[in-house]
Design a protein. Structure first.
Lengths: 153, 654
């Protein structure tokens, strides 16, 4: 090999190694951080993992919001008009969080079947419905939000 | 009548855009001077008519003409006038009109300042800009006309989304679009060069100032968006890896790579094909950003359109423009020759590594942004990619990149001397290590590894910039002889240092706490006492609010008085949290009002963010560096004749 060829050879090896490392690293980080979305029916049916973060979405059940009198803890239930899942959240709820409205929460399911939310996703507009929630409600009848589009103006 | 005039102006602008596309491109291909000459009046006319359309829409907003659906959807009588004007780009249709107006401004700038370019090349550049413009004007007219009327007209509009009623709304979208759209010039120049089959140093020299200008605007636009999210959304963070943020960040990463790659192509005639490809990618990512944000596939404050027809139209447009450019590239690129060679230790190598790292970062962001969309589109389910993914991918890429910033500018072109380089930089390196160790030793703990890295990198970049500047002053020109491009490069790099220092400090020491307080009660957070004094109602122009008075004490002395609000906007009855911030260069104190709990108590969110403003200050320095580089003599010389080739020794932007 001439010195030029050797240089090229080293360069190719270095690039392959660097790209390989980058791809491996990225793929690992990627797989560990995928957050799946589940509906209350899926969670009730045991499809969701316990002790691993995921996103849970649906409508906040009317009359289900209970605020603690001493702390900032709040409890509510999320439904897809089929099943309900209880949720605990410690923190400040977004401005547009309300009973009967759509919501997406991020957190983990405890062994007790209660969803420990670490984040309640803010909506940006009160007519706006998170598309995941809208999709899961679309086929359910009897709810006004079930049939409408996800339209944010 | 005014909205009809606006509509008519849009149609005329569209006709002119088609003329601007067809005639100069055909003229350049067939060698007809008269056809190519159409480029200039067509570009000017398009700018004029888009300006008229934009003025008409603004007029309809200011005059509360609610017979125009778009106005009724995005304004109300009581909206303050500044937000009525900014409301023009508060929704999908108007922001697209702004996009087109800005494209027309860039096109006109090329048409006026590009007179020194070879005529055929110049005509092709304007023709390619015409392709983009006609596509988007057709999109605007066919799917998203802002001048649509409705009868009967509403008496009151539904108001601008309260989140958008903020001073940043006036600046953030125009700045961002100036950046996004500005990359169209680099794109058009690359495509014109490929059409001619000639990508040479002159092409890179023409492209550089336009790319740097667009990049500077985009940097400011992204920083403004980050600052806005920080104080307005009340989440206290400065970056969320939200898909919409990513949509603006990807063109920035590719654009940063492009700036550096252009430097190599201009100075050394290397990386030609790669630079052209980057120019295509950068603008395609800008278009992709527009598509992602506007099509409604992403859900966020930015997603206006949920009409699937619009998304499909935009996707086809994106495929045509990007696909066409890539086909042309595949056809022409094999003919390009890089005549030069360079050794392992050379500025070329460092800029190549810079490009590889930036593109890997960009690809990682693209993967995290598009994967959930693809997953959903294939019916596999819904998922999202969490911020930890981006953080864990980004940090290992950014650290070596930032370290190389300290080396690259001091390495000579073509072949550098390793021993001399290490002699010059040894002192800076050791001082940076000592500084970093000193700072972490003062605040012991393994948790501060991030901080140690940030301090080291920041010190390293600044010290090596100092070494570079001093040696340049000594060896040849003296301070006055150093071109502004050199200063601009170092200023932008120092901006990165400032940015990284801010990120390191705020991510290590920030405190966020949700608390429950009744009037008269206080809470201690991070050594500071926050006391909720009282709550009282206030009335704004179009909202009613509950305001809290929170005083902050440090060692018994009052250091700040904060007045966060919980607003209810009258038209939409929408609630909005207005955070209150007291801060400066050393730290920010934020308080946001949550909700009433029981009789008198409220939930409050309290944040302490040390040195968070350095993040945006760093971005501003980067943009200023770009502006400084733009003011370099050599670009002014471009207007007249080709500049003399001189002093190319050191400095990427030199």
């Amino acid at each position: 090999m001439t010195s030029k060829q050797r240089q090229r050879f080293i360069a190719v090896i270095a690039i392959v190694l660097a790209v390989g490392a980058a791809v491996t690293f990225t793929t690992l980080a990627f797989r560990q951080n995928l957050l799946y979305y589940f509906t209350p029916s899926m969670v009730a049916g045991g499809e969701a993992p316990v002790g691993k973060p995921f996103r849970l979405g649906g409508l906040v059940v009317n009359g289900s919001i209970e605020r603690s009198t001493q702390t900032i803890e709040v409890r509510f239930r999320i439904t897809d008009l089929d099943r309900e899942i209880p949720v605990i959240y410690r923190g400040i709820l977004p401005d547009l969080f309300a009973e009967g409205k759509g919501v997406v929460t991020k957190g983990m399911l405890g062994n007790d079947g209660i969803f420990q939310a670490s984040e309640v996703l803010a909506k940006h507009d009160e007519n706006y419905m998170p598309p995941e929630v809208a999709d899961s409600l679309r086929n359910k009848k009897g709810h006004p939000n079930g049939a409408t589009s996800t339209g944010a103006p | 009548m005014i909205p009809e005039w606006g509509n008519f102006a849009l149609i005329l602008a569209c006709c002119l855009a088609i003329a601007q596309m067809v005639l100069p491109l055909a003229g350049a291909a067939l060698g007809r001077n008269a056809w190519m000459a159409v480029a200039r009046p067509a570009a000017a006319g398009q700018l004029a008519f888009l300006g008229i359309a934009f003025a008409c829409l603004t007029y309809s907003f200011v005059m509360d003409d609610f017979s125009v659906s778009y106005v009724a959807d995005n304004s109300s009588v009581a909206l303050p006038w500044a937000y009525k004007v900014a409301g023009v780009w508060g929704g999908h249709e108007g922001s697209l009109l702004l996009w087109l107006l800005i494209l027309a401004v860039w096109t006109e700038a090329v048409s006026v300042f590009g007179t020194a370019l070879p005529r055929v090349y110049w005509a092709r550049v304007i023709g390619v800009l015409g392709v983009i413009s006609s596509g988007l004007l057709l999109f605007l007219l066919l799917t998203s006309n802002p001048f649509m009327r409705e009868f009967p007209a509403r008496l009151e509009g539904t108001d601008l989304n309260p989140l958008l009623q903020d001073p940043a709304m006036v600046l953030h979208p125009p700045m961002l679009y100036m950046g996004y759209v500005g990359f169209s010039v680099a794109f058009a120049m690359a495509v014109a060069g490929l059409l001619a089959g000639r990508l040479d140093a002159a092409w890179a020299r023409w492209s550089r100032p336009w790319t740097v200008a667009a990049w500077s605007f985009l940097t400011v636009g992204i920083a403004l968006g980050s600052w806005w999210a920080y104080y307005e959304l009340g989440w206290g963070g400065w970056w969320f890896w939200d898909p919409v943020e990513n949509a603006s960040f990807m063109p920035w990463l590719a654009g940063t790579a492009l700036i550096h790659s252009l430097a190599v192509t201009e100075k050394r005639g290397a990386f030609k094909a790669w630079t052209a490809l980057l120019a295509i990618f950068t603008f395609s990512l800008s278009l992709l950003g527009t598509f992602l944000v506007r099509s409604g596939v992403l859900t966020s404050v930015h997603a206006f359109a949920t009409d699937p027809e619009r998304g499909v139209f935009l996707l086809i447009l994106l495929a045509l423009i990007t696909g066409g450019a890539l086909l042309l590239f595949a056809w022409r690129a094999p003919k390009l020759r890089n005549e030069v060679s360079f050794s392992w230790l050379s500025k070329e190598t460092f800029l190549l590594i810079n490009n590889v790292l930036l593109i890997v970062a960009c690809a990682a962001v693209l993967l995290g942004t598009l994967y959930p969309l693809a997953f959903d589109a294939l019916g596999l389910g819904k998922l999202s990619v969490g911020p930890p993914y981006f953080n864990s991918v980004f940090v290992p890429i950014t650290l070596p990149l930032a370290f190389l910033i300290g080396l690259g500018p001091l390495v000579a072109w073509k072949r550098a001397d390793a021993a001399a380089l290490s002699r010059r930089l040894r002192g800076a390196f050791l001082m940076a290590v000592a500084l970093s160790a000193g700072v972490t030793a003062l605040i012991l703990g393994v948790r501060h590894l991030v901080l140690a890295m940030a301090v080291f990198i920041a010190a390293w970049i600044m010290l090596s910039a100092g070494v570079g500047i001093i040696s340049r002053v000594r060896t040849h020109e003296g301070i006055s002889g150093i071109p502004r491009g050199f200063w601009g490069m170092h200023l932008a790099h120092v901006g990165i240092a400032v940015f990284m220092l801010g990120v390191g400090v705020v991510s290590t020491f920030h405190i966020e706490q949700d608390v429950r307080l009744a009037p008269g009660e206080e809470v201690t957070v991070g050594g500071l006492v926050f006391r909720l004094e009282r709550l009282y109602p206030v009335a704004g122009p179009n909202f009613d609010a509950t305001e809290a008075l929170v005083t902050v004490f440090q060692s018994g002395e009052q250091v700040a008085e904060l007045k966060p609000q919980k607003r209810i906007y009258r038209v939409g009855r929408q609630a909005m949290t207005q955070t209150s911030i007291a801060g400066g260069l050393s730290r920010d104190l934020l308080v946001a009002l949550g909700e009433p709990l029981g009789d008198t108590a409220w939930s409050l969110r309290v944040y302490i963010k040390p040195m968070v403003r350095w993040i945006w200050a760093g971005a501003v320095l980067m943009a200023l560096g770009g502006v400084l580089a733009l003011s370099d003599r050599r670009y002014r010389a471009l207007r007249g004749r080709a500049p003399p080739a001189k002093k190319l020794r050191a400095g990427v932007s030199g």
